[in-house]
Design a protein around this ligand. Structure first.
Ligand SMILES: Cc1cc2nc3c(=O)[nH]c(=O)nc-3n(C[C@H](O)[C@H](O)[C@H](O)COP(=O)(O)OP(=O)(O)OC[C@H]3O[C@@H](n4cnc5c(N)ncnc54)[C@H](O)[C@@H]3O)c2cc1C
Length: 259
């Protein structure tokens, strides 16, 4: 009888210890949602990856205000490496998460959005003191893709040079218009902007940086040009320049629609 009561006391003790251990152990739920949630704790992105509602809200929409596509986070990169790290992380994740480069957000239907993924705010990389190198002899400029065309024009004009082909509206990024076409009044003569690029640096889907041109990695070059960001993220483009004319004649023809 005595040994039975001793055994039940031990059982009771074990059960109490198990209950205490269970209560003290934190409840762990494994996040099976796509990775952006998990990368928030990633040290490499400290201070650069945000889920602030103001950032998410502004990345969810664009100039068109037609769509609202919410990302999980927004990356404000300060270097190309920040972007390559993020792309590699997505590539290595199971499942991978969606990424989209956003230039100046002047798309009309959410082309620069990443549903539940990460929007890369390219403009956060702009540094007015660097980001453009002009070759007078080669008549080209190596430009950060995050620059606006107005910024490119202002810099090249300081040297009496100008890009050959434009958009009519200049508050668009180099990467954004090269991912479309880039058309303007000069297009009939020089072709769209995508035919006036000599070379680019593109971050591939694996997070590698590839320099490409008509002669080097040409598949990537022609896919990224006009590729709406689906074939890589453009970080640098070599833009063809010419000597800026001192004067220009500008005609605007108005016509009545046929009645
Ligand atoms: C007021 C206004 C005037 C316009 N005028 C003209 C004009 O004169 N000529 C003309 O051709 N177009 C014009 N457009 C259209 C405009 O060129 C495109 O909408 C262009 O994509 C906008 O550039 P963005 O920098 O705002 O790019 P976003 O809208 O931010 O991005 C456009 C696309 O490019 C991708 N992208 C952005 N940056 C990169 C990058 N670095 N690498 C890879 N992909 C990238 C995005 O993911 C997205 O798919 C105009 C649009 C507006 C709203």
């Amino acid at each position: 009888m005595a040994s039975n009561s001793f055994r039940s006391q031990i059982h009771l003790g074990v059960i109490i210890i198990l209950i205490i251990i269970t209560l003290l152990t934190p409840i762990t739920t494994y996040n099976t949602s796509p990775q952006p949630w998990n990368i928030l704790s990633h040290n490499d992105f400290a201070g650069k990856l945000t889920t602030a509602s103001s950032s998410i809200e502004s990345a969810a929409t664009d100039f068109g205000h037609v769509t609202k596509i919410f990302p999980s986070a927004v990356l404000n990169p300060s270097s190309v490496e920040d972007i390559t790290d993020l792309v590699k992380l997505s590539y290595d994740s199971q499942p991978s998460f969606t990424l989209a480069a956003r230039g100046h957000g002047h798309s009309h239907r959410g082309q620069a959005s990443a549903k539940d993924g990460v929007v890369v705010n390219m403009r956060s990389m702009v540094n007015r003191d660097r980001g453009i190198k002009v070759s007078r002899t080669g008549l080209y400029a190596d430009v950060d893709a995050a620059w606006l065309w107005i910024e490119v024009l202002n810099k090249t004009l300081e040297l009496g040079l100008t890009p050959v082909s434009w958009t009519d509206y200049l508050y668009l990024t180099v990467g954004g218009t090269l991912s479309n076409a880039g058309i303007s009044g000069q297009t009939f003569r020089y072709g769209p902007q995508i035919t006036n690029v000599q070379e680019m640096d593109v971050i591939t889907g694996k997070g590698e940086i590839a320099t490409c041109s008509k002669y080097m990695n040409s598949d990537l070059f022609f896919a990224a040009l006009g590729g709406l960001g689906q074939f890589g993220i453009i970080t640098r483009a070599r833009i063809k320049l010419e000597v800026a004319p001192k004067r220009a004649k500008w005609f605007r023809f108005l016509s009545h629609p046929p009645s």
